[in-house]
Every structure is written in C-alpha cells, then in structure tokens.
Design a protein around this ligand. Structure first.
Ligand SMILES: Nc1ncnc2c1ncn2[C@@H]1O[C@H](COP(=O)(O)OP(=O)(O)OP(=O)(O)O)[C@@H](O)[C@H]1O
Ligand SMILES: [Mg+2]
Length: 229
C-alpha cells in the first residue's frame, strides 16, 4: 500500500526576474514500511522534494497524497496536524532547541500534541531516549553533545510521536563515517521494528547496504529507481 504518492509534482521558485524549476514533474510511489534513499547531485531537488512530502513547503502544481489524504485539499490546520501526528523530521543540522536538555527536547513534540498527561510524556520520552541509547546524556544540552549524540536526540524527537513517516535530509552528512553507519543502522532497526516508513536524502555510498530502494534524482526529475533488496 502506498503511503506517499506524488503525481507530476512541480516546484518553481521565483528568483529575481527568473524562475528556478526545482522539481520538474516528479512521479513517486512509496509503500508503507519502506526504507528509501534519495540521491542526486547538489541542487537536484532532494531537499525541495522532502519539504514537499513533509508539507513544510507547497508544490506549484501536481498531486500529493500522504497516507491516503490529498494534501492539496487540506486547510492549514489540517496540514499542521498532519505534520505533527504523522510525520517526523530529522534535519542535517539537527535543529535541536539549545536551551532545552535532551529529555526536554524529546518531550517537546509530545507537548505540542496536547494529547498526553505530563506523566505519559515523560515516560514516552524516556523510553525513546533509551531506544536510541542516549540515556546517560539525558540532562545535557545539545551544545554538550557530540554530533552523533545530537543526531540520536534528533531521531528520538522525530520518533517519539510514533509517526507513520520519517523524513530525513542528509541525516549523516555532519557525522564521521562510523557514526554515520551507526545512525543508519539505528534508523533501519526502527524501520523494521515499528514499520515506520523512512525517506532520506544522502550522499553516503554505504546507504546501498541499508535501503530498499534508491531513488536517483537529477534536475528535478526522478531518473532511476534502483531496487536494492
Ligand atoms: N528558496 C529558494 N529560492 C530559490 N531557489 C531555490 C530555493 N530553494 C532551493 N532553490 C533551488 O532549487 C534547486 C533545488 O534545490 P535543493 O535544495 O532542493 O537541492 P538539493 O538536491 O537538496 O541540493 P544539496 O545536495 O546541495 O542539498 C536548486 O537549483 C536551488 O538553487
Ligand atoms: Mg539539500
């Protein structure tokens, strides 16, 4: 079953007097529970594509269906709920809140959901922190952590709400290769255990070992889809 379905998606950015055609007719069908890597040269449209799938940016034209919901028909409030309840984000630069410690960073999206008591929030956050193996650093702030530890916190924060889809824009780019491999296997473990769909961009050649499919994009178009396993 498809969890993400894109048909003829185009994205234009106005740039001075010209227009950048960042996506030029993307067709994409991603099944539930898959572990998908998006690769392509710098400027090919990877970040734009992830932002559109994550509903943080809108396509210029084309149709986008996320978990059977047509995104173009949704109101701003419905889009906010879709992002909060169904999607988790992991960014290259971690985007953790500097004044909050590890536990508070992971609790943050649960507070926004306004669905759980503070006791439940604490329990869920602590479990997720345990899951990504960062319990020893639970009271530290992001500035006191290594790059790999920060990325673990970012993963815990993305997953604590039990999203259906996790989007990650170059999650290993700022990490050394060993830490990058650990982060990829952590993501893969969570993908397999919880049937969460992962879609992530990367320049990491090692990703072929983990991904189900590698989607190659160039000049804003999908040029190839390689089935790995
Ligand atoms: N806000 C913007 N305004 C104008 N052009 C933009 C904007 N954001 C992206 N672009 C352009 O859209 C194209 C795709 O950019 P995008 O960031 O999606 O590429 P990318 O594949 O993620 O590249 P990288 O590997 O360097 O991160 C590029 O030509 C870029 O210059
Ligand atoms: Mg990018």
């Amino acid at each position: 079953m498809s969890i993400v379905l894109l048909k003829d998606v185009r994205k234009d950015y106005p740039l001075g007097k010209t227009t950048v055609h960042a996506l030029q007719g993307v067709e994409l069908d991603i099944s539930t529970g898959s572990f998908i890597s998006i690769v392509g040269p710098s400027g090919s449209g990877k970040t734009t594509l992830l932002n559109i799938i994550g509903c943080v940016d809108q396509a210029t034209t084309g149709s986008i269906t996320i978990d059977d919901q047509d995104v173009s028909r949704m109101t701003d409030n419905q889009l906010t709920d879709l992002r909060l309840f169904k999607i988790g984000f992991i960014f290259q630069s971690f985007n953790l809140i500097p004044v909050l410690n590890v536990l508070e960073n992971v609790e943050f999206p649960l507070l926004l959901m306004k669905k759980y008591t503070s006791k439940e929030i604490r329990k869920k956050a602590e479990e997720m922190i345990e899951h990504v193996r960062i319990t020893e650093q639970i009271s530290q702030r992001p500035s006191e952590l290594s790059g790999g530890q920060r990325q673990r916190v970012a993963i815990a924060r993305a997953l604590v709400t039990s999203p259906r889809i996790v989007l990650a824009d170059e999650p290993t780019a700022n990490l050394d290769s060993e830490t990058g491999a650990q982060i990829l296997s952590l993501m893969k473990r969570i993908n397999e255990q919880n049937n969460v769909t992962f879609i992530f961009s990367t320049h990491d050649p090692d990703v072929l070992k983990y991904a189900n499919d590698v989607i190659k994009i160039r000049d804003g178009k999908v040029i190839e889809r390689i089935k790995c396993q």
